[in-house]
Design a protein around this ligand. Sequence first.
Ligand SMILES: NC(=O)c1ccc[n+]([C@@H]2O[C@H](COP(=O)([O-])OP(=O)(O)OC[C@H]3O[C@@H](n4cnc5c(N)ncnc54)[C@H](O)[C@@H]3O)[C@@H](O)[C@H]2O)c1
Length: 438
Amino acid sequence: MISKGQKIAPAQGKLGVVIPGMGAVTSTFIAGVEAVKKGFAKPIGSLTQMGTIRLGKRTDNRIPMIKEFIPLAFLDDLVFGGWDIFSDNIYEAAAKAGVLERSLIDSIRPALEGISPWPAAFDKSYVKRLDGTHVKKASNKMELAEQVQEDIRSFQKKHNLSRIIMVWCGSTEIFLKTSAVHQTIESFEQGLMKNDPGIAPSMIYAYAAIKSGMPYANGAPNLSGDIPALMQLARDRNVPICGKDFKTGQTLMKTILAPGLKSRLIGLNGWFSTNILGNRDGEVLDDPDSFKTKEESKLSVLEHILQPQLYPDLYSKYTHKVRINYYPPRGDNKEGWDNIDIFGWLGYPMQIKVDFLCRDSILAAPLVLDLVLFLDLAQRCGMSGIQEWLSFYFKSPMCAPELYPEHDLFIQLMKLKNTLRFLKGEELITHLGLEYYD
Ligand SMILES: NC(=O)c1ccc[n+]([C@@H]2O[C@H](COP(=O)([O-])OP(=O)(O)OC[C@H]3O[C@@H](n4cnc5c(N)ncnc54)[C@H](O)[C@@H]3O)[C@@H](O)[C@H]2O)c1
């Protein structure tokens, strides 16, 4: 249990960041941190680096930067490592991803070339569109988990790290439902020994992280740590975990617009979302089994924000469709279109059209940084299990089985900032302003 204003262990020493999947998001994240460290660019989009937090009454005028308010690790203390099925170092991965300009990655080339992936725990049956040779060999999944743990131990030793965080930035795996093997840690460990097909590679990494006492975040929609066995293991080992699926692009827009429509009690007849993208993520999602995982994640958002059971006249009959089209010429520069059919006073129909020309990895990179720093904070505060206050970053926020996830971006932000206030012993902000009604 955490308590208000409790002691927070200082962020001393080096913080390791280990990432399964060193593709577009990871290379954009690491190159971005290196560029920011050298003063070449600003960490736009990162709450930990650029955000502020209001404390006390509005008249108090106390609005520090978040990073000055609460002890977070410094960018200079981050050390990166990770796994991929391709052996490209981060310079090569960034060049192939084509997200960042060549001149920028050339200016930090030595730092990027120094990071090469360890062989991956990979199985093509879970990501059908990928083939790689840089993979581990083992007789069962438990051995793979042990190899992943061994990679982490050597990394820790080599860089003299005081703490390590793992963030899954690997490809989206095929759709899996929670089954018997996922229920308890005993059944899960047996499944690892017996190569149970219900255990995907992302679960092997999550298990290895939590078992090693490392916080774990899942940036993709596949289950990974979101199974009862690993949630229990996280609580038992006092490890904070969170996921799933970074909230960027079209879903970010959806969770900005939908709460606005609902707060004005504007009705919804339909929301059609389609987009084109041409990066490796788009190629993987072209496989129907991987797309199904992503689709489930994207579809759940509206239902939870609009609460049709409470507002049947407004939200009980809408159609929600989500399409992703793999279109190579676009690379990482996705274009997402939304057609939103709404209705107002007396049921009169209206439409909203959104055309978002976004850059997927540019939107995701600051989220990885914030998650690393906040998960490290959570662990230093003794927080364990699912970190709901980090729902702000996810399309399908993990939550306790008896709760429903909170998708409204503005409620999520309030929850995050109030958690920081609570940890530092500050009053929570309710926006009530009673002092003005005396
Ligand atoms: N970019 C965004 O805005 C965004 C938003 C939400 C979620 N995501 C998710 O984040 C993940 C990464 O996205 P990306 O654009 O970097 O994709 P990417 O294809 O560029 O990179 C993913 C990397 O993971 C590697 N990989 C696959 N299975 C692996 C395994 N078992 N072990 C180690 N490496 C493995 C692949 O080889 C690839 O290099 C995807 O799952 C994507 O759906 C991205």
